[in-house]
Design a protein around this ligand. Sequence first.
Ligand code: NAP
Length: 247
Amino acid sequence: MTAVKNSGVALVTGASRGIGATIARRLARDGFSVALNYASSSGEADKLAAELSQTGVKAIAVQGDVAKVDDVRRMFETVEQQLGKVDVLVNNAGILKTAPLAQTGDELFAQTFAINVGGVFNTLREAATRVNDGGRIINLSSTTLALNLPGYSIYNGTKAAVEAFTRVFAKELRGRRITVNCVAPGPVATDLFLNGKTDEQIQQFSKMPPLERLGQPDDIANAVAFLAGPDGAWINGQVLRANGGIA
Ligand code: NAP
């Protein structure tokens, strides 16, 4: 059997580090030109774009805070000018700062919703007219939504919104052959998960899935690549929990 090679343009938000960087690497390997969005980590994004370019892939780094409408518009315009219209949008940019609801300040609440929900809203609204027919949209949710752990109420609230957008937007794009899905990782060994946790807490999380380890960015990139590629064509409006069976 011959492996099917993709073509077209993939835009990955929050691709300077962590899961987003690994998704971008994987989509580049699968044949897409890739646009790596980042908010502030220009050094890491530029380095990854240069690394991918050296392998013959068209890759650019594009600064833009997904929480800002104008940045998102400019980001799409830059990608269209430099790589062409977007075929695959991966809404990966996100933040997690845990705190009990009663101790969550207005600023943290607003910031988490601005990036995790506002960011996805801003890119989806642009995507409605900018993503090519036959395209794919993949939003990052989280398995924490199923775990209901203390400290996660605000974060889970943002991911619940992302899952709701996904299901409805998939239907609103009727006639365009664009699929919209979520990947909901369990704990993955990135800065977002590891920062602020003790070794003991990390051990506890790693024992939670029946597969008894933390997820790695590649585990999530594999699921995204499936949804972005030919084998995922019939999956639409779904949430795929990539979590080693934790929930
Ligand atoms: P990470 O290592 O902290 O990386 C976050 C990425 O998002 C960085 O590239 C960062 O860019 C970017 N970003 C943050 N705020 C942004 C903004 N306003 N605009 C544009 N880019 C922004 O996080 P991760 O673990 O890879 O998480 C990626 C996604 O997976 C998130 O949506 C997260 O909620 C979800 N997730 C993660 C886990 C986990 O255990 N790690 C589990 C479930 C779901 P800069 O460095 O430039 O700020």
